[in-house]
Design a protein around this ligand. Structure first.
Ligand SMILES: COC(=O)C(/C=C/C1=C(C)CCCC1(C)C)=C/O[C@H]1C=C(C)C(=O)O1
Ligand SMILES: O=C(O)CCC(=O)C(=O)O
Ligand SMILES: [Fe+2]
Length: 359
């Protein structure tokens, strides 16, 4: 489908969710109220213990003896194949830096609306402050305020969207993003080894990898049973790294065996998920997993999400190692820049975006 020209996008009025909340409305504006089939199931009934979600100890990969490295690579491969989501402990992203990143993000969201609107996300774009992925007046809105920035390569940056206030915000984003980038590179190396490939296969293929960051702030909601914090989607990246701010309630849910499962996160861990790119490259051996966020009546929630993907010039198709008579090729060859365009010009709708690549 050809992208809709930005000038013709009519998104209607998009309420700022924090401002809405300030007035404590008794009823939720219709644009946020989901159809019955989309509404969240009461989370309590579905809670899984955190032990059910794979946990990777990154220090076993980087500092372990041969046996520890092998065992952890097998655990990682199993997590990628059977969950598509896992948590990483001892990930080498500095814990104090993570806290500073959380504080800076929270400080940003707590600024007056007119200050945040200096970095307004234009309709049909994904960088800046606002709601991304809204393309029509009748589209339901998420109970979330977002702030997103392109990080690498430099040409995807829009310098006008990098906040001067809070003063240290932009520098914190830079330092944090460098550390998370290293983690993505390392994880991809071990994911490659777990697939029986050379450790540098993804790094070589991706070129100057694209990296973006998005902060999602979910204010409390008087009717969490009617709304969604973030619509169901898979990520178009290769890997996504999610940091949930300390003290945030459970909110992220993954679709596992057709059931929405809430993720109980370990403090200081980072959550990693497989994106559409890895699904295509492995011909579906590792799948991107549909996920969404729900909100709470009594508590706000903040997440900081990094998307790591191949350079826009890269042509992608399933690697020949994953294609044979039993596993025929499921995805066509396409350019990642084209996929990126397709991804950001369509609303979040489960795994529908990946139809772009399906044969
Ligand atoms: C839900 O997913 C996203 O919001 C998202 C957006 C990423 C981006 C920015 C926030 C700004 C710079 C551009 C970019 C599109 C990378 C997901 O990113 C994925 C989607 C694709 C495609 C990708 O490469 O990363
Ligand atoms: O906030 C969350 O837990 C989910 C965020 C997410 O999936 C995203 O930003 O792509
Ligand atoms: Fe996501």
């Amino acid at each position: 489908m050809a992208p809709v020209p930005i000038s013709s996008i009519k998104v209607g009025h998009i309420d700022d969710v924090q401002e809405l909340r300030k007035n404590r409305p008794k009823t939720i504006p219709e644009r946020f109220v989901r159809d019955m089939n989309e509404r969240p199931t009461p989370a309590m009934a579905l809670s899984l213990p955190s032990s059910d979600i794979p946990v990777i100890d990154f220090s076993n990969l980087t500092k372990g003896n041969t046996e520890q490295v092998q065992t952890e690579i097998l655990k990682l491969a199993d997590a990628c194949e059977n969950w598509g989501f896992f948590q990483v402990l001892n990930h080498e992203v500095d814990l104090t830096l993570m806290e500073i990143m959380e504080k800076s993000s929270r400080d940003f969201f707590m600024l007056p609306l007119e200050e945040k609107q200096k970095y307004h996300m234009a309709p049909g774009t994904v960088q800046g402050y606002g709601q991304a992925f809204v393309f029509s007046e009748d589209q339901k809105l998420d109970w979330c305020n977002m702030f997103a920035l392109g990080i690498e390569p430099q040409f995807i940056r829009n310098p006008n969207l990098w906040p001067k206030n809070p003063a240290t915000f932009s520098e914190t984003v830079e330092v944090y993003s460098r550390e998370v980038r290293k983690l993505c590179q390392n994880l991809l190396k071990y994911i490659g080894l777990g697939l029986g490939l050379e450790g540098n296969v993804f790094e070589k293929m991706f070129g100057m990898a694209v990296q973006a960051i998005r902060m999602n702030y979910y204010p409390p909601c008087s009717r969490p049973d009617l709304v969604l914090g973030l619509s169901p989607h898979s990520d178009g990246s290769a890997l996504t790294v999610l940091q949930q701010a300390k003290g945030s309630p459970v909110g992220l849910q993954i679709l596992k065996d057709k059931t929405w499962v809430p993720l109980q996160l370990i403090p200081n861990a980072l959550v990693i998920n497989i994106g559409d790119t890895i699904e295509v490259l492995t011909n579906g051996k590792y799948k991107s997993v549909e996920h969404r966020a729900v909100v709470r009546k009594d508590k706000d929630r903040l997440s900081i999400v990094t998307f790591y993907a191949p350079s826009y010039e890269v042509e992608l198709s399933p690697m020949q190692e994953f294609v044979d008579e039993e596993n025929p090729c499921k995805y066509r060859r396409y350019n990642h820049g084209e996929y990126n365009k397709h991804y950001v010009t369509n609303k979040l709708q489960g795994k529908k975006t990946l139809d772009f690549a399906k044969i």
